[in-house]
Structure formats: C-alpha cells, structure tokens
Design a protein around this ligand. Structure first.
Ligand SMILES: Nc1ncnc2c1ncn2[C@@H]1O[C@H](COP(=O)(O)OP(=O)(O)OP(=O)(O)O)[C@@H](O)[C@H]1O
Ligand SMILES: [Mg+2]
Length: 284
C-alpha cells in the first residue's frame, strides 16, 4: 500500500476499478485502482503484454476505460478531449516513429506548444529550451525520420518537454540508446522531476528503477500486483517473489552480504560502498 499522502499533496491522476478490453476482446487492464501524486518518480514495470502501455495511454486519454474511471487533474478522461489532457500529461511513445510526423526537428518540437495556442515568443522559448535540454540544436533543420533511432527518440522526448506538462510518461525510452545515452537521459528526466514534475517511467531495467524511481507499480496480466516504495520492493524477499521482479545486481549483492550486516535496503553502488566502508570501519 502507498502511504497516505500529506494533506497538501496534489493528486494528478486517479484510477478507480479500471478495466480495459480491446475491440478484439483482449482484457488488457482488470480492476486497476491507484493514485498518482504531484512530483512522484514512479516506475511502471511488468512482463511483456502485462498492460503497461495500455495503462499509460489511459493517462492522456488516448485510451479510455471500458469499466471504472480515470480522473486526470480535475477531468474524467471519458468526458474530455485528448488535447485538453495534453497540458497535464505528456506521453513519450514506446516507438518514437508513432509520434514523429513533421518535416523538421524544430517543427516537431514546436508542434505541441503551437497547438496550445501560445504566442510566438512563448513557442520559441519552449522549443529552444527543449532542443537545448535534449542537445538537439545541431539537428534542428533535419527531417526527424532521417535521424538514428536514438536521435529520433530524443526528438520525441523534446517534443513532450516543450509542452511543459505536469506529468511525463516515458514508455521504454532506453530502446535504441546505449548505456551512456540512457544515463544522460535519466539525468535530464531527474532534472525535470526536481522541478516538481511527475515522472512515470516504463522500463524493464531494474538498475534504473533501483537508482532513480521512488515508487514501483507492478502489473501482471493487466492486474496491479504491487504498488510500493522501491526500497521496500527490493529489500523484502516476499514482495520480490510476489512481483516476479529480478532485483538489480547491487541489491542481490546486498542480500548476499546481509549476514555481514549490509542492509537489504541498499539500492545503488554508492550506497553499497558506504555500507561496506561502514562495516570495515566498525571492524577496525
Ligand atoms: N491494439 C491492440 N489490440 C488488441 N490487443 C492489444 C492491442 N494493444 C495491446 N494489446 C494486448 O493487450 C495486452 C497488454 O498490452 P500492452 O501493450 O499494454 O502491454 P505492455 O506491458 O506494454 O507490453 P510490452 O512490454 O511488450 O510493451 C497484451 O495482451 C497485448 O497483446
Ligand atoms: Mg508496452
């Protein structure tokens, strides 16, 4: 269970007993109830076909529930046009090619703010900022579809950053990026989170989850298996068993070293180094 938020926390989204069945009869979400709060850094995880993308698409109204309710901001997504929700939730597609359609990178990144009816100077300011954050300045005039997969992904992320939404959903954003580019992307994402924006990261990479996300939501066959603080998921073997997740190597090592006094809540390389140093100091 997620701890009850303090009274001044702001709820950005609420799912209440949400079911979603595709037209061909596939039941992709079953009875999902959860809340998402302003400023959270959440990992949405689960096996292939577990319903992660389907759930994410409910956040910006691309899909609407076939049962139950999804409230985003103050709107019931069944009653609001997608364009209205785009101000609250920006969705970076799993496949960037489903998102890119403009003739140049600049046009692509400008599209969102222009659609919001902002002034030319506001559009230019938001576009320039997004291009700079994603280090795309040198590719401004290129057609997005001529770029590498990694660059196309960065354009798709920039086009969402430019709309300055309260919540950014990144659907498996590391596909096509090397380890250095993935770390760089997380640096950008964490910077946006520090500005108070909510991050929902869909990923299979448990190292990234352990190092960056505060809360983990686990889906299996369209059902909510677990919704819990990251540290708790990786530290309690019963929760891990229930979730079907494989903890990252640092966490596995911490468990193995538990008998020597290393905390099972250790999540990152830095924390493990501190734990070992603490124990070595104590042994002197
Ligand atoms: N357009 C669609 N029509 C019918 N069924 C679909 C459609 N899109 C997804 N599904 C099915 O719905 C279920 C959930 O799919 P979804 O794409 O949400 O899973 P996912 O967790 O994002 O998977 P992945 O890790 O492969 O991206 C799966 O059984 C999938 O085959
Ligand atoms: Mg998916």
């Amino acid at each position: 269970m997620i701890p009850k938020p303090s009274i001044d926390d702001e709820r950005l989204a609420a799912f209440r007993d949400v079911d979603f069945t595709y037209e061909d009869g596939t039941e992709a979400l079953r009875g999902i109830t959860l809340d998402i709060w302003k400023g959270e850094h959440i990992a949405l995880v689960g096996g292939n076909g577990s319903g992660k993308t389907t759930l994410a698409k409910h956040l910006n109204g691309l899909l609407t529930p076939t049962g139950g309710n999804v409230i985003v901001g103050e709107f019931d997504t069944c009653k609001e046009p997608v364009a209205r929700l785009a101000r609250t939730v920006g969705y970076v597609f799993q496949n960037p090619d489903h998102q890119l359609f403009c003739p140049t990178v600049t046009d692509e990144v400008q599209f969102g703010p222009r659609n919001f009816g902002l002034s030319d100077s506001e559009i230019a300011e938001k576009t320039d900022r997004a291009l700079e954050i994603m280090t795309l300045d040198h590719l401004k005039a290129e057609p997005p579809m001529s770029l590498s997969l990694g660059d196309r992904r960065r354009v798709s992320i920039a086009s969402v950053i430019a709309t300055d939404p309260e919540m950014i959903v990144l659907d498996e954003p590391f596909t096509g990026l090397d380890a250095k580019e993935a770390d760089e992307l997380m640096r950008v994402v964490n910077g946006i989170n520090r500005e108070g924006k909510t991050i929902i990261l869909i990923t299979h990479d448990m190292r990234v989850v352990a190092e960056h996300s505060e809360r983990v939501i686990v889906l299996a066959e369209g059902r909510l298996m677990l919704d819990c603080r990251t540290r708790k998921v990786f530290s309690e073997s019963s929760l891990l068993r229930d979730s079907g997740l494989t903890p990252p190597p640092v966490s596995q090592l911490a468990h193995r070293l538990g008998e020597y006094g290393v905390s099972p809540e250790t999540l990152t390389v830095d924390e493990l180094a501190e734990e070992i140093a603490r124990l070595m100091e104590g042994a002197k």
